[in-house]
Design a protein around this ligand. Sequence first.
Ligand SMILES: *Cc1c(COP(=O)(O)O)cnc(C)c1O
Length: 448
Amino acid sequence: MNNADLIQRDLAAIWHPCSQMKDHEWLPMTPIKRGEGVWLEDFDGNRYIDAISSWWVNIFGHANPRINAALRQQMEDLEHVILSGFTHYSAIELAERLIKLTPEGLNRCFYADNGSSAVEVALKMSFHYWYNTGQNKKKRFINLSNSYHGETLGALAMGDVALYKEIYAELLLEPITVASPDCFYRDEGESEEAYSRRMFVQMEQTLEQHADEVCAVIIEPLIQCAGNMRMYHPVYLELLREACDRHNVHLIADEVAVGFGRTGTLFACEQADITPDFMCLSKGLTGGYLPLSVTMTTDKIYDAFYDDYNTLKAFLHSHSYTGNALACRAALATLDIFEQDNVIESNRHLARHMQQATTHFAEHPNVAEVRQTGMVLAIEMVKDKKSREPFPWQERRGLTVYRHALKHQALLRPLGNVIYFMPPYVISTDEIDHLAEVAWQGIQLACE
Ligand SMILES: *Cc1c(COP(=O)(O)O)cnc(C)c1O
């Protein structure tokens, strides 16, 4: 088997996600044979550093021996069982450990099997909570511009990235959209904190005006990842928590992408010292092994559904693979690694190295900004550095970087004109240096 054979078979049978399939007439896909640590190897023997953690899910490397061992053991005992009326050890153990690790007060764990579903669960639970407590005027949600919460219809509606959403607009719920605190747009000389505070004024006004009809505010804490890795200051979360309480509106923290150490703390909410009413987790939860998600919530929410059957207050949402045993076991092995290896601390070192390896990018005539939050570093290419006028999207400059990287042992998959590193935490400093070198060359090529 080689790349060419597999590509041919693939193109005859598979419809790929997030792809215009016609691109593959000239843009070959890459069939991967095996992975080890940060490395992926294709069927022709080429190797690539997985700089984007295979869409932000992998945190401890491919084919991690410890996660592999845990899965083998789980497979011997139980692969899956219905989670209604039945339960299993790994689901219980995982829920207990997540309750201990997530912000104080998140004492209930509802399982689903992907990030979008975790968001759907939070939306439905929030609406249903207000319904169960007699406040049936609350039917709407507040989101931020440039946000992303997944692609099933409910989650898609809460996002604001036109590329994914625009065509389906007529099918979707209509949230009330507040301008994002995205610090790319702060004034020259203005601090991120000052800008985040300034942008919060609009959120406060919207809450004041609409709180009676609003169930929840949904946000991605600290980084709008799919929205081109745009970042903001934790003070926004602090202010938002206080305002949601004051206006009697829930706060949904979608930590699907930023959870599990990405922002420098285990959960991004920790940096603002807040407890949301709902916290959605997925992606890194299983170390990038298996689809699993959880929506964590409080006793207060849980109690509003807890009643005699005939009151019909129960939350009936379910997915066939809810709380899958193999996925839960992979998640437990992932948490073990966090516990045993002092990951958050050693990531600080890696994050500093990413910063040092890319400081010179800021001087590039087509780089508007190099920004970083923990283990996410993003480089924004623009047509004009001074005015920050973007390259027209039709020019697909990021794709030049992608193709250059593939020829030089790196999987970098820019978001539009934003090149970013979001590597597994097992990357070495030498490998980071290699990524920086390849990205630099790629940017030179793309901006010619
Ligand atoms: C990826 C992502 C989702 C959706 O998760 P899926 O598992 O792809 O459905 C939701 N929210 C955020 C912030 C994400 O990055």
